[in-house]
Design a binder for this molecule. Structure first.
Ligand code: HEM
Length: 424
């Protein structure tokens, strides 16, 4: 993103400096997680500093990553992406808020995204998964990225927010321009402007009214006994929209890439559907996508170095989840792990509010896909590439399968699904 290298400040020891650009991680772009794992090489300290993207710290091991993400006393969320100049432009509620405001803003989201509320949406989510898979099953091929990963989570979210489905492509383009590898300060600012303009009429229509859609419930919640201002309502709307847009989409890409490459793991899940929830957890551990930051609140001594107020420190989820000090054989996938630690959804008070929705979407996709298309592979000859940035992604995932090996699950076998499908 930012090609100008920062000068090493005097308080940063030379032994802590690495050459690591999060927007262009090392390697040939084929394996995002292996690229990050290079920071676990022998001799790399647990806390390093890179001159890229304005110059910032990077925590490299689970223990420190977990502390940086969760310790609101020392590390603030005011800015949570690098370069800091881009992060300064973001004002998401609750993501960029700190104590004491954070807890009350967070309450706005909690009940709508609780496990119970998400369970109530399962039939709807399953209905859409079935509808999408059936729309291409008999073709024997699809570009998973464009016909499923980029459609499924967004349509669910837009339907929850009661926003028009046809707006999905524009919204997704904005999310890519904000969080993708090609993001620039200008593209981030442009996207925020576009999204704010898009949401303004909806906020004006719904603020202070009694609608029961997710959007109305979010912006008409009360904090500390008062209503939200129009500006707060706009920021809450933007956060909800962006949280649900890109994250599930890119995680789906990594999960399906793994399943396409690994028939024995697929067969295990097809033979025993009850393993799928544990498989989803393990895939979330192995393929985290978020590279987030915190801002140092005041000068501190930490891990044997001085950190100055205002400096940025990254807590990359891949380096925590793939740390062999906490997870045995971290690069292997094992659906039967009895213990694992991971921060795919963050840690502490800011831990992802959408995690139950995300888990449900992943589980239902795997269940409904494997029932119908148990055998599939990456299109022969296609070279997979991944993008870095604040949210990693598989650039494109063309899949192929033998139509004769697919299973016909007539839609009218599940009446509830049919009703939901026709409503979407
Ligand atoms: C696989 C999917 C997802 C992943 C990997 C993910 C990841 C994360 C992470 C790492 C954080 C913590 C950020 C921080 O501490 O600075 C977070 C926060 C958040 N996520 Fe997610 N997320 C996902 C899906 C969703 C969905 C579907 C929503 C729906 C709205 C959502 C909404 C949010 C919100 C509102 C926050 C801010 C919470 C707070 O600051 O208190 N996320 N997410």
């Amino acid at each position: 993103m930012d090609k100008v290298l920062a000068e090493r400040p005097a308080h940063v020891p030379a032994t802590r400096v690495v050459d690591f650009d999060i927007y262009n991680p090392p390697g040939d772009g084929r394996d995002f997680h292996a690229a990050w794992k290079t920071l676990h090489a022998a001799g790399v300290p647990d806390l390093v500093w890179t001159p890229h993207n304005g110059g910032h710290w990077i925590a490299t091991r689970f223990k420190i990553i977990n502390q940086v993400a969760a310790d609101q006393g020392r590390f603030a969320n005011r800015v949570n992406i690098v370069p800091k100049a881009s992060g300064e432009k973001l004002r998401f509620i609750p993501a960029n808020s700190d104590p004491p405001e954070h807890a009350s803003y967070r309450m706005l989201f909690n009940s709508s995204f609780s496990p119970k509320s998400i369970r109530g949406l399962e039939d709807r989510i399953r209905g859409l998964a079935i509808k999408l898979i059936e729309s291409f099953r008999k073709d024997g091929r699809c570009n998973f990225t464009t016909v499923y990963a980029e459609v499924f989570p967004i349509q669910i979210f837009l339907s929850m927010m009661e926003l028009p489905n046809e707006d999905a492509p524009m919204l997704l383009r904005c999310a890519h321009k904000m969080f993708g590898a090609t993001a620039t300060e200008t593209s981030v600012a442009d996207s925020i402007q576009t999204l704010s303009n898009y949401l303004r009429p909806w906020v004006e229509l719904r603020l202070g009214k009694g609608g029961n859609d997710l959007h109305s419930r979010l912006i008409n919640g009360r904090i500390n006994g008062r209503s939200l201002t129009t500006q707060e309502a706009a920021q809450v709307s933007l956060t909800a929209l962006l949280g649900g847009l890109d994250t599930v989409s890119v995680s789906l890409g990594f999960f399906m890439l793994f399943l396409a490459r690994n028939p024995s793991y697929r067969s295990e899940l097809t033979a025993n559907e009850s393993t799928i929830p544990a498989a989803v957890e393990e895939l979330f551990r192995r393929f985290p996508i978020a590279i987030m930051a915190r801002e140092v609140k005041s000068d501190i001594d930490y891990d044997g170095v001085e950190m100055k107020q205002g400096e940025m420190v990254l807590w990359p989820a891949p380096l925590a989840n793939l740390d062999d000090r906490v997870n045995e054989r971290p690069m292997d996938i094992d659906f039967h792990r009895t213990f694992s630690e991971y921060v795919t959804f963050g840690a502490g008070a800011h831990k992802c509010v959408g995690q139950h929705l995300a888990r449900t979407e992943m589980r239902i996709t795997i269940e409904e896909w494997l029932k119908r298309i148990p055998e599939f592979a990456i299109e022969p000859g296609y070279e997979i590439t991944c993008s870095g940035g604040c949210a990693a992604s598989v650039a494109s995932l063309p899949l192929v399968w033998d139509v004769a090996s697919t299973r016909d699950y007539p839609l009218d076998e599940k009446k509830a699904d049919l009703q939901v499908i026709s409503a979407l």
